[in-house]
Design a binder for this molecule. Structure first.
Ligand code: LLP
Length: 429
């Protein structure tokens, strides 16, 4: 049953390390990241002048460090993400290319202070940001995030274009924003578009035309364009991978035509989150109950949507495998090498806490190997938008995270303690 597929149903190791040993050493739920996969994904995109990692997908400092060593830059959507980038060794400042860029639809007061203090270039996603930035940093070059009027994502909730979306500057307001920038003594040094997350080639390619027209309308102050992120990644057998070479060629064409029109080089950026970090990560959970509810069989595990929210939020599909808990001191338990339909749920007191959801979210059974309490479920492709979207719902601590690099296992985030969880809470006396 563990045939040669991309997503086997039984796994014994992750990045060469036995799953059961990892679970026993670090406890569960446990995120495990394979550094080599992140570095490989950065290398896939080497044709682009700048690979700017959208750290919101997975911002553990150790992962940021892997990304930095692989030669990528980083974006930051908050004061916290700017601080993470700095802590991971990215250099602040207006270098070419800037290693850290603040990309958001608003400045909260802390972020505005931080971009001014650390000289972090900004990508403005609303006209108001132009005025707010101009008031504190006149004379700078900025980039504008444009909403081209259309978008697409793996779910409507991850579509960031079109008039239903709050993201970016509406495309017909571009000329007005160029004027607004001038009034603020800012120049428009680049444009950026990101139409959604987990989209496809057909939709991503439409951005090229919109970018070319928008950049030509601004003119020769443009020195960089960003294709945004949104590259899909396979979550199940048969999911297509993007043809990076073809995608690059489309964008390179835009870049070359703009460079010819402007009479100077134009740098081409790409800003993926999922593509770089989804496949590196697995979430290990222990099966704590196997129970029958009428016709349905449930494996209830110790990870829930407090650890991985994608299934409950988007009805997102994640591959799953069983890892047997073999204790070498005992003789191996007899294993029924058979599959059965199971629903995999978590510990939270909420009916939607089910990992086997798909297609916009209804609970489905999934063929998984027969397993027992004490065995593990390994949820795959859980690097991106996994740990970062974790919460303390039901007072569950944030999970531990482990990075495997060159055969070495590093604990890169300790499991949160109860004391961490209640820090800052006070009972009035
Ligand atoms: N750039 C900008 C401006 C973004 O807003 C995002 C994602 C990215 C780049 C990276 O997109 P990616 O390459 O990862 O698709 N929580 C959702 C995804 C939300 C994406 C938010 N913005 C999920 O789990 O699918």
């Amino acid at each position: 049953i563990a045939a040669a597929t991309l997503f086997p149903l039984i796994v014994t190791e992750i990045a060469g390390q036995p799953v059961a040993a990892l679970a026993q050493k670090f406890g569960t739920p446990l995120f495990v990241y394979d550094a080599a996969i992140v570095a490989e994904r950065v290398a896939d995109l080497a044709a682009f002048d700048v690979v700017r990692y959208a750290q919101k997908a997975l911002s553990n400092l150790a992962i940021l460090d892997v990304v930095r060593r692989a030669g990528a830059c980083v974006d930051a959507v908050s004061a916290g993400e700017i601080q993470r980038a700095l802590a991971a060794g990215f250099r602040p400042g207006f270098h070419e290319p800037p290693q850290i860029v603040y990309t958001a639809d608003i400045f909260d007061r802390e972020a505005l202070e931080m971009v001014a203090k650390h000289e972090i270039p900004v990508n403005c996603g609303s006209p108001d940001m132009i005025d707010q930035y101009g008031a504190v940093c006149p004379g700078r070059g900025i980039t504008l995030r444009i909403n081209p009027g259309f978008g697409h994502g793996h779910s409507q909730k991850t579509n960031t274009g079109g008039q239903q979306s709050k993201h970016g500057i509406w495309h017909t307001q571009l000329a007005e924003c160029v004027e607004r920038a001038k009034r603020n003594k800012l120049s428009i040094a680049g444009l950026h578009m990101h139409i959604g997350s987990g989209t496809d080639m057909e939709h991503l390619s439409q951005v090229c035309g919109a970018m070319e027209a928008a950049a030509l309308s601004v003119g020769a102050s443009i020195h960089s364009i960003s294709a945004g992120g949104g590259l899909p990644t396979p979550y199940r057998e048969g999911d297509k991978k993007v043809d990076i070479a073809a995608y690059y060629e489309l964008w390179n064409g835009v870049r070359e035509r703009l460079a010819a029109a402007f009479g100077h080089p134009v740098s081409l950026e790409i800003e993926p989150g999922r593509y770089l970090s989804a496949e590196c990560g697995s979430l290990i959970a222990e099966i704590r109950a196997v129970k029958k509810m009428g016709d349905n069989l449930f494996y209830v595990v110790d990870a829930g949507f407090n650890n991985l929210a994608r299934p409950i939020l988007y009805g997102a599909y994640h591959p799953m495998a069983v890892a047997y808990n073999e204790n070498p001191a005992e003789s191996p338990r007899p294993r029924q090498q058979a599959l059965q339909q199971v629903i995999v749920g978590g510990p939270l007191c909420e009916s939607g806490d089910i990992f086997t959801q798909e297609d916009g979210g209804y609970v489905r059974g999934r063929e998984l190997p027969v397993a027992a309490v004490g065995d593990y479920i390994v949820i795959g492709v859980a690097g991106a938008y996994g740990a970062v979207m974790g919460s303390n719902y039901n007072s569950k601590p944030l999970a531990a995270e482990v990075l495997i690099e060159k055969g070495q296992v590093h604990l890169v985030r300790e499991r949160q303690t109860f004391a961490d969880m209640i820090r800052g809470e006070h009972i009035p006396r």
